[in-house]
Design a protein around this ligand. Structure first.
Ligand code: ATP
Length: 207
């Protein structure tokens, strides 16, 4: 099984990294691909450039076997839609279960994603629970897709929905950017190598 974690990673932090490592172990993934988005459709444009966000990811996952950076969205023009990303990953891994990991905050907005029902054509969706966000009552579409366990995900290549609790680290990139703008120390929320990069390039100094 292969995992996918998309995000802006502006900047990458221990909330992303710890979850990625945990789900890799829980689901026995061969690899988890961190896919930075070039032009996220749902939000303001990132503060750091795509290349900088990519460099920060590279620094963060050094020496972490099984965590892989996948820059395919940066090589594509226009808005980054997850459905296109999954379709393109699926072309590479024809018979392998693909697991798209999203935070529960992202799940609460899933129905605003471009062609959202088609996400399930290419991958399973696994919702990682995140502090402060309640999962809404599931509707029939989602209920019908609920997997009873990890074996069910392993026996199908796509189409299922699953909820997995991960260690709850209440860390967000927004809070980190604000801290830096206020000249506070973001230490222990993200890797030192990434903090050094942010300092060197004077990122996030303004709100
Ligand atoms: P921002 O504060 O800029 O919105 P973010 O910290 O939420 O950023 P993203 O890059 O947007 O980070 O998140 C990518 C994915 O990681 C999303 O699915 C999000 O739900 C998930 N995620 C982000 N922070 C955490 C966390 N602390 N624990 C678990 N999952 C997280």
């Amino acid at each position: 099984m292969i995992g996918i974690l998309g995000g802006t990673f502006d900047p990458v932090h221990y909330g992303h990294l710890r979850s990625a490592l945990e789900v890799k172990e829980i689901f026995g993934l061969t690899e988890i691909r961190l896919i930075p988005s070039a032009q996220p459709p749902h939000r303001e444009q990132p503060a750091a450039t795509a290349l900088m966000r990519l460099h920060m990811l590279e620094l963060a996952i050094k020496n972490q076997p099984g965590l892989i950076i996948d820059a395919r969205e940066l090589n594509r023009n226009g808005t980054s839609y997850m459905v296109d990303t999954l379709k393109s990953v699926r072309q590479e891994f024809k018979d392998e279960p693909l697991l798209l990991f999203i935070g529960s905050d992202a799940f609460n907005h899933l129905k605003t994603w471009h062609q959202w029902p088609h996400l399930f054509d290419f991958a399973h969706i696994v919702v990682m629970t995140r502090p402060g966000f309640e999962t809404q009552n599931l509707d029939e579409f989602f209920k019908a897709r609920l997997a009873a366990g990890i074996t069910e995900l392993a026996h199908n290549v796509a189409g299922k929905l699953y909820f997995q609790q991960v260690t709850q680290l209440d860390i967000s990139a927004t809070a980190i950017r604000n801290m830096i703008a206020e000249q506070k120390n973001p230490g222990f929320l993200l890797p030192d190598s990434v903090i050094a990069y942010i300092r060197q390039h004077k990122l996030y100094q303004r709100h």
